[in-house]
Write a protein that binds this ligand. Structure first.
Ligand SMILES: [Zn+2]
Length: 252
């Protein structure tokens, strides 16, 4: 029986489906807790974030390499090994244009193979995801479609021949939700969350405009303050010093 509180889990597997490397930061404190308690955390990145730079000398091929290295070092800060990173390799900003059946099949195959006790992803219902951020919207909806396809044996029947038996995901945790109803205390892993955030050097501060591999001390200090303030504001109404918020969906 899966305990309702994720803080009690051990020996379990969770999979996070993000559109980009760094989307999993929404749940980084929770993931570090899960790893410390002996659970396996896998991160799926639908895209390589190969357009996420305003540096005119940057190319998509180079940025792909940079973003993959940054994600590996962010994952390391949370205790997630590189073999638990799954790159689907789609183009940044173009997830909506990928063949829908092929995309669902990719995610469903991963679910049948990894057989996670929980799936994490964006909540498809927020304003920002609905109207502005197409990759996030697409990642959220495709992940839900893949959860359905993983469960029913007549979806992608070729999976059965490959030994990928149907699998029912018991629970989902959606981040960036307008209706959060589940809060995880991340006080013990806040420093790891900040460290993971700081690994994405190319995305923040001046590095977005002119790439350099090192984060400046003032950027690091600013992120530290911003993440502390934000996670404190999430936790305060629930009596927690620092927290991450999710919408929990059982029987997805
Ligand atoms: Zn993103």
């Amino acid at each position: 029986m899966l305990p309702e509180r994720i803080e009690e889990w051990t020996g379990r597997t969770v999979v996070c489906f993000g559109a980009h490397p760094d989307d999993d930061l929404h749940a980084a404190g929770t993931f570090a807790r899960l790893v410390a308690a002996g659970n396996a955390v896998h991160l799926v990145m639908y895209t390589d974030d190969d357009k996420g730079s305003l540096d005119r000398s940057m190319t998509s091929a180079r940025l792909t390499q940079i973003r993959r290295r940054e994600q590996e070092s962010a994952a390391r800060a949370l205790g997630i090994p590189p073999e638990n990173l799954h790159w689907l390799g789609h183009g940044d900003g173009e997830l909506e244009y990928v063949d829908r059946r092929a995309l669902c099949r990719e995610a469903a195959a991963l679910l049948r193979r990894l057989r996670p006790d929980a799936v994490f992803s964006f909540d498809p219902g927020t304003h920002w995801e609905q109207w502005h951020k197409s990759d996030h919207r697409s990642a959220a909806q495709n992940t839900l479609d893949a959860i359905r396809a993983a469960r029913w044996h007549l979806y992608f029947p070729e999976f059965l021949e490959a030994g990928l038996e149907p699998y029912e995901v018991p629970v989902c945790f959606f981040f960036e939700s307008r209706e959060p109803d589940y809060f995880v205390d991340i006080e013990a892993t806040l420093a790891q969350k900040i460290e993971a955030f700081c690994a994405h050097v190319s995305q923040f501060g001046r590095r977005l405009y002119k790439y350099e591999p090192e984060l400046h001390a003032e950027d690091r200090a600013a992120f530290d303050t911003a993440i502390r303030d934000y996670t404190a504001s999430v936790g305060a109404p629930h009596g927690l010093a620092f927290a991450e918020a999710f919408r929990r969906l059982t029987d997805p």
